[in-house]
Design a protein around this ligand. Structure first.
Ligand SMILES: [Zn+2]
Length: 103
């Protein structure tokens, strides 16, 4: 019996996705969702050697940049935590909290 797929799920190539995110956010800052706050960008380990952009101040949000919930901008950073340099500097990678087996 073949399962009926009611909601099509797009397939994502991790390397292609991470490459797109790198091109979008390198040398830019970011906004989360509809927020007007602009954050500096840091990079977080994702799968293997791949990284994804995150707010440098560690501001949390739901999602993982996979649903266009982060927007790249050239606007100056307005986040006070990012402005005080409490987060990671550009180009630094936030280490994973724990490693996952990828087998
Ligand atoms: Zn911030």
């Amino acid at each position: 019996m073949k399962a009926l797929q009611l909601v099509p799920r797009p397939r994502v190539d991790p390397e292609e996705f991470a490459g797109q995110q790198t091109r979008r956010f390198t040398d830019h800052r970011l906004r989360i969702g509809r927020s007007g706050v602009v954050h500096e960008v840091a990079w977080r380990s994702w799968l293997g050697d791949l990284v994804l952009p995150v707010p440098a101040c560690h501001q949390g949000w739901s999602g993982f940049a996979a649903a266009d919930d982060l927007t790249a901008t050239d606007d100056p950073a307005t986040c006070r935590k990012c402005a005080h340099g409490t987060g990671l500097r550009r180009g630094e990678v936030q280490p994973a909290l724990f490693e996952l087996d990828q087998d």
